[in-house]
Design a protein around this ligand. Structure first.
Ligand SMILES: N[C@@H](CCC(=O)N[C@@H](CS)C(=O)NCC(=O)O)C(=O)O
Length: 205
């Protein structure tokens, strides 16, 4: 038996985990389940009704994606995507939280934009766009002259950032995040070329 990852193919949080598992060559069964569909089984394992959720052989369940990423690290497969401890681990977690926050804002804006036009809140959309733009500006600065966000090898924050930039392309292309951000653009190009990213490109729609 292998552990099961409940995921939708478009969820960026789930993609982060699929990529981490692929980079480490850890076998798992992908159970595709969209929590927005009536027949979803996600609430059976995660009362929050969100993906990703990881179900171990013995039935123990882990969510959300930062917790799953922490669990995966305990399996001891190289390459390490989180430092073993100390302030270095906190810093990678901080990068992941910043990027996950970009995703939270992007998902919120995407869902807001799908409501009937009369019900959409322009101030809420602007608030989410501001979060995304400020965070991307900070990351553009932080990555300048470096290959990776933290330390000198790829870690969880880098995977999260590659996934988030891909999600912006998928859902909020009109924000044109590449404009004025050559460092992030080059970073994305490098990340998108990795087999783990190429194998998990979300379907359009
Ligand atoms: N913080 C969570 C976010 C997970 C999340 O929001 N997933 C979305 C899919 S992109 C979801 O399942 N949404 C269903 C819902 O909110 O009911 C994580 O990192 O796993």
């Amino acid at each position: 038996m292998t552990m099961k990852l409940l995921a939708s193919l478009t969820s960026p949080y789930a993609r982060k985990i699929r990529i981490a598992l692929a980079e480490k060559n850890i076998p798992f069964e992908l159970v595709v389940d969209s929590p927005w569909e009536a027949a979803t089984r996600v609430p059976d394992v995660n009362p929050l009704g969100k993906v990703p959720a990881l179900v171990l052989d013995d039935g123990e369940v882990f969510f959300d994606s930062p917790v799953i990423a922490g669990y995966i690290e305990t399996l001891g497969h190289a390459p390490a995507l989180l430092p073993a401890g100390g302030i270095e681990r906190v810093r990678v977690r901080q990068s992941e939280a910043l990027v996950d926050g970009i995703l939270d804002a992007a998902v919120t804006a995407y869902l807001e934009g799908r409501r009937p036009e009369a019900q959409q809140s322009a101030p809420n959309l602007d608030r989410q766009y501001d979060k995304i733009q400020r965070s991307l500006d900070l990351l553009e600065e932080r990555l300048a002259g470096r290959n990776w966000l933290d330390g000198d090898s790829m870690q969880l924050g880098d995977i999260a950032l590659g996934v988030a930039l891909g999600y912006l392309d998928l859902r909020l292309g009109y924000l044109e995040w590449r404009a004025g951000r050559p460092v992030l653009e080059a970073f994305a190009q490098r990340m998108f070329a990795r087999p783990s990213f190429a194998a998990t490109v979300p379907p359009a729609g």
